[in-house]
Design a protein. Structure first.
Length: 227
């Protein structure tokens, strides 16, 4: 009986020597990959926050006056009730008036550069896993009747060497890209209304407004008959 127990204990030791390293390896691999996924979520959140803040700054020139705590901690997207923004509101209107009626030709290179620098600092300071490299790019496109902002960031990680045995690459690059529309409906309506008033003024100036009105009325009648 004792010899049988000795044999079984020897089998258990052999099995433990085989399976324990596999179990420990699997557990550590799952923990690391979970940490990588969490780091990817942090990267996506940072890029989204910069895109939202940049979109507000592009749509409402001077909006950066409300961003006093940095884009990551800023509450200027969802304003807290009871907070006094009197000084920021005055600064906003002062900055906004500088770009009034000049949105179509305004260059957002300085704002894009500032957002890139802030995103780079966020990647370096507010991360879960230490990265070996990171890049940040911000592009603000200023179209005739609208704007958009594209934020792209990459974050490189160096995987533990033991993961190479299961095919995990030595270098992992996380990437996140967000495109945010930067629209200001009030400004769009105001500019369209201004353009229509300008057209009416020119038509009256050249004495063809009545003819144009008659032509538009005929077009409207034809459209109503067809539709």
């Amino acid at each position: 009986m004792s010899e049988k127990l000795k044999d079984e204990s020897g089998v258990i030791l052999v099995e433990a020597a085989i399976y324990f390293p596999i179990v420990i390896f699997t557990v550590f691999a799952m923990i690391y990959l979970g940490m990588v996924k969490y780091q990817e979520s942090i990267l996506t959140f940072q890029v989204q926050k910069i895109a939202v803040m940049g979109g507000r700054e592009a749509a409402y020139q001077g909006y950066e006056a409300f961003d006093t705590d940095g884009s990551l901690q800023s509450s200027s997207v969802d304003f807290k009730s009871g907070t006094q923004y009197s000084s920021q509101v005055k600064t906003y209107y002062d900055l906004h008036s500088e770009h009034l009626y000049n949105e179509w030709k305004f260059d957002y290179g300085e704002e894009a550069g500032s957002l890139e620098q802030e995103l780079t600092q966020m990647l370096e300071q507010s991360s879960f896993l230490t990265g070996i490299r990171s890049t940040a790019q911000v592009h603000i496109n200023n179209y005739v009747i609208g704007k958009s902002i594209t934020v792209e960031a990459t974050y490189g990680l160096e995987s533990p060497k033991f993961l190479s045995y299961v095919g995990v690459p030595a270098d992992i690059t996380l990437k996140s890209t967000v495109t945010q529309n930067a629209s200001n409906p009030a400004e769009l309506v105001r500019n369209i209304d201004l353009a229509m008033d300008l057209i009416d003024f020119l038509l009256e100036r050249f004495g063809v407004k009545d003819r144009v009105d008659v032509f538009l009325k005929k077009v409207e009648d034809i459209k109503n008959k067809i539709l």
